[in-house]
Ligand binder design. Sequence first.
Ligand SMILES: Nc1ncnc2c1ncn2[C@@H]1O[C@H](COP(=O)(O)OP(=O)(O)OP(=O)(O)O)[C@@H](O)[C@H]1O
Length: 512
Amino acid sequence: MKRFRFLTEVQAATIEPALSGKDILVQAKTGTGKTIGFLLPAIEKALRSPVRPKGTPILVLSPTRELAQQISTEAQTLLPQSDLRIITVTGGTRNPSTDLQKFLERDHDIVVATPGRLHDYFTGPRKTEAYEKFHGLQTLVLDEVDRLLDGGFARELDGVISMLPKTKRQNLFFSATISNNIKQVAKKYNDGSEYTFISTLKEDEMNVHQHVHQSYIITPFEKHIPTLLALLHLDSIKHPLPHVTTSTPSLSPGTTGPETLSKVMVFFPTARHVSFAMEVLSSESIKKSLPPLLEIHSRKSQSARTKAAGAFKNAKSAILLSSDVAARGIDFPGVTLVIQVGIPSSAEQYVHRLGRTARAGAKGQGIIILDPQEQPFYTTREMQKTTTISPYISSPSSHEAKELETYIQTYAQHVQNTLETVSANNPTVIGSAYVSFLGYYKGQARMMKWSSERLVEEANRYAKQVMGWTDALPPAISPKAVGMMGLKGVRGLNIMKPPRPEREQSRGDRRQ
Ligand SMILES: Nc1ncnc2c1ncn2[C@@H]1O[C@H](COP(=O)(O)OP(=O)(O)OP(=O)(O)O)[C@@H](O)[C@H]1O
């Protein structure tokens, strides 16, 4: 391999056991080359077969479309001279029936898929042809295995794996975060047998890199966006292009945009939070002081997602606002900083998000911005086990603290002005983010010690103070959403009245 001189630690630890045919469950830190750790032995094994296996010898499953695409690309680069054929099978494409036709009409050596789309093939009108393609399956890879096994994918994953041939295949399961529970659950896909567990983490070692400087800022929700902006601006000053001498930083047009190597990923709890933040950050007065802005989340079309991921990958400097679709596995080079706004869904998700920086031995920084009520998150046992995290500001009287506060205040004014425009021109973005807040924090209510009433109060306050909602009533929410969140009968919600269908109305009238 021309690209790399040495195996990484996880590659060195896994290639031999994988080649010897063991079923392995592997844990190694983010950005340490796990992809090649499973691709190389799987491909080697397929190539070593005396007769070319019939059908597809290698199936790789990944939780997201972007990660599936990235794994396919990595496999392609490993095989420049080979005639092995790779196909990526994911949702979000324009023409699913043409995709299915392409999938069925030729043999492929490596199929990299998201469970949902492969499950569609396995249950659709051409299901028999679809699963017969895997009759010669030798190796099943689950990348981000804990995410695939955590429940959200259960139906599709079970559906896919149960249709794979019952003959012995080799399982290679990988992630940066593998709990004891996942070790147990994973046995289900190995005929109930144990795996050879390989971890490159020393006992009691945190699974975040030592060379990532991690810190937190505790500040009320309403200051989250101004604080984020101040941090983005400071990071762009901290990473000047080599030939640029830093002048006094200001928020005037073009100050930082083209002249920095700052590359930041910002994670929000939900896709709707990302849309709202994008709306605010892309206002004229704010965006001119920042590197180019991009957004990626599940509410965007697949072509927009692919375009944003490609642009961020190639950018020297940019800001990518993201939901958890880009939290795992994605290998963007040169990310200088990861900012997490609000609590992530779990300590594991914190680790994966943070792992978008400091990859392949590079340096990086991570900052999490939390409301005081979210503080219990980093004192949870899982977080204590995972990471060491210190306050961003060590002393309130320090120069750094004063500099940060100055930027926060300047941006707070810009944000205030922008919110007025957003709430006048695009109230739906606020309404949707409000409903997402309710849904997301309902799931976190126990940790936050919020009753349902308190959750609604907090969401209503969030709509007003964070998103600039000006109406007396909070944003309207559908009765269906209220029911799904288990908030029926909770005071403080503005529940939409379903329109009365005309026929119903006239029948009712007749009854009177
Ligand atoms: N042997 C190697 N030497 C140097 N760099 C490598 C080596 N193997 C892989 N890399 C590079 O390291 C980076 C991270 O690799 P990869 O994406 O496989 O990490 P990962 O462990 O799967 O991370 P994550 O847990 O976030 O999914 C990639 O850019 C990859 O090309």
